[in-house]
Design a protein around this ligand. Structure first.
Ligand code: V47
Length: 373
């Protein structure tokens, strides 16, 4: 392939010999070590990272970039876990507390279906009064009414919580959800795996081992899952690499992850506070993740956390997916993101075309639905 030759020529001019060696390894399709991943975060320039990450992405996804017509539904913001990075979850007595009725949820699914939507992504708080059956029944009722709709619902945190309140194993819960109509698990709740950081930002919910075990079990049962990493708060570059390393190892075992989603932290209204990430850090994180996670087919530039413009640029820094039209999002908007609440399909096509890529509408499993060449 002629375009590959140009990449080798470019790497040959890099002065730092460690970076040159890492670059050559990536171009030869070899896996980089945690130390090399860290070196990229600490020493590589943004154009160098973008160059390498785009090389990896192009080999995996050619010149295509994906989006989905979907709807995010956040059924309630009442949450027992009260993570310090989260401005969405509140206690039951908080005046901001809300809980959607089943009819409201079904109306949102119906609207999405009528607009040609392929997926509902359900994620919210974990309320003290929800019973095990409530999680199962919501999936079952949606699937019964809208059999064509894919349901991506309940993070590993919810599955762990369901296990606590029911005494059932992850396996039995996931089997029951699959039988009720669940298509995939979203990646939420990954945050940062390092116990030091997790203790500061999310001390009460499922830990790294539990998160990974839920995903491993889902993969064993043929349920594909996504993985996230919340970055830009109190973690170090080492913590980010450790997070990716644990995901890469699990993916080697199971192959069940579809996509990695780096989530940029928004601090407004959170107990943790802090600053927003810089755009350079956002693009670096997308690029390093594309290079490091050589066994993940897709990297998502989630426009809700990145903003539309950086998400568009990220499609030239290793990302190949923008998520979807979304319809409504409350979690990151509670923490101050300035991105829109929703986008039309046409807007996502325009963003992808503007990045010089060919837009592909996909379903939950990354099967192409339409190509807009
Ligand atoms: O786990 C919470 C994050 C996640 C903040 O699987 C915050 O396709 C930034 O995981 N600043 C939930 N982020 C959303 C999520 C997701 C989104 C889109 C697609 C998929 C997928 C998954 O939102 C939480 C947490 O990491 N979050 N608060 C905040 N202040």
């Amino acid at each position: 392939m002629a375009w590959v030759v140009g990449y080798f020529a470019m790497i040959a001019h890099v002065k730092d010999k460690n970076l040159r060696r890492i670059g050559e390894k990536v171009l030869e399709g070899k896996r980089i070590s945690p130390e090399e991943g860290l070196y990229l975060f600490e020493r590589a320039s943004l154009p160098f990272l973008g160059y390498l990450a785009e090389y990896v992405n192009r080999k995996k996804n050619s010149n295509f970039a994906f989006f989905i017509v979907n709807r995010q539904i956040n059924p309630t913001n009442v949450c027992i876990y009260q993570c310090n990075f989260c401005a969405f979850g509140v206690t039951k007595s908080d005046p901001r507390a809300y809980e959607m009725t089943l009819e409201e949820i079904l109306k949102k699914v119906e609207d999405t279906y009528l607009q040609g939507g392929r997926e509902v992504h359900i994620v919210g708080g974990i309320p003290p009064h929800w019973k095990y059956e409530d999680y199962i029944n919501l999936v079952r009722i949606i699937k019964e009414r809208f059999p064509q709709m894919h349901i991506k619902a309940w993070t590993a945190i919810e599955i762990h919580h369901m296990s606590k309140i029911s005494g059932k194993s992850y396996r039995d819960i996931l089997l029951e959800l699959k039988e009720a109509g669940l298509s995939a698990l979203p990646g939420g709740g990954g945050e940062i795996f390092s116990p030091r950081v997790r203790n500061i930002i999310a001390p009460y919910k499922a830990n790294a081992e539990q998160y990974l075990e839920v995903h491993r079990t889902a993969h064993e049962l043929g349920i594909p899952t996504n993985a996230t990493m919340l970055y830009g708060h109190v973690e170090t570059y080492e913590d980010r690499i450790d997070h990716m390393e644990r995901l890469r190892r699990l993916q080697d075992e199971t192959g069940g992850f579809q996509v990695f989603i780096p989530l940029a932290y928004w601090p407004e209204g959170t107990r943790l506070g802090g600053k927003r990430t810089s755009s350079v850090d956002d693009l670096k994180t997308i690029a390093v993740s594309r290079i490091y996670l050589d066994n993940f087919p897709h990297i998502k530039a989630y426009w809700v956390t990145l903003g539309e413009k950086i998400a568009q640029i990220a499609l030239n820094f290793g990302a190949d997916d923008l998520d979807g039209t979304i319809g409504e999002e409350k979690i990151v908007h509670s923490a101050g993101t300035k991105s829109a609440y929703q986008h039309s399909k046409e807007k996502l096509i325009e963003l992808i075309r503007g990045a010089g890529k060919i837009p592909v509408e996909r379903d939950t499993f990354y099967n192409p639905v339409a190509i807009f060449s």
